[in-house]
Design a protein around this ligand. Structure first.
Ligand code: 5GP
Ligand code: ZN
Length: 113
């Protein structure tokens, strides 16, 4: 998808700190961390919202959800972690290529800001 920031990162056109990559996904460090550890798990298929997800997209998301817990050491997940998928304006989604935020490394509150 042209002009999609995350598609460009996946293609290697924009530099990033890569934590993991396979055929389904890339996991990178968030450029503006909102927790001590903040990573983004980005399925390689471009789609914007869960509501628009195809079966193929859903398989990539499933692969992401199965992979993340296996990267306990690399992502600092030992004491717990939080996954977030922002959807649309009220949630503050800014990049319209579905991605899973992985937050870890500290105790977290529960306040929509
Ligand atoms: P959203 O707000 O769409 O849920 O999440 C987008 C995330 O992408 C934000 O947390 C933001 O900090 C991150 N981000 C934006 N631009 C870049 C970039 O160029 N590189 C990386 N690694 N993360 C980015
Ligand atoms: Zn994209």
């Amino acid at each position: 998808m042209e002009n999609c920031l995350f598609c460009k990162i996946i293609k290697g056109e924009i530099p990033t700190t890569k934590m993991y990559e396979d055929d389904n996904m890339i996991i990178i460090k968030d450029i503006d961390p909102k927790a001590k550890n903040h990573f983004l798990c980005i399925p390689k298929c471009h789609f914007k919202l869960l509501a628009e997800m195809t079966e193929e997209d859903a398989n990539a998301v499933k692969a992401c959800l199965k992979k993340i817990p296996t990267l306990e050491k690399e992502l600092g997940l030992k004491n717990g972690y939080r996954l977030v998928i922002n959807q649309g304006e009220d949630a503050g989604q800014t990049v319209f290529h579905l991605h899973i935020h992985i937050l870890s490394g500290q105790k977290m509150g529960w306040t929509p800001a």
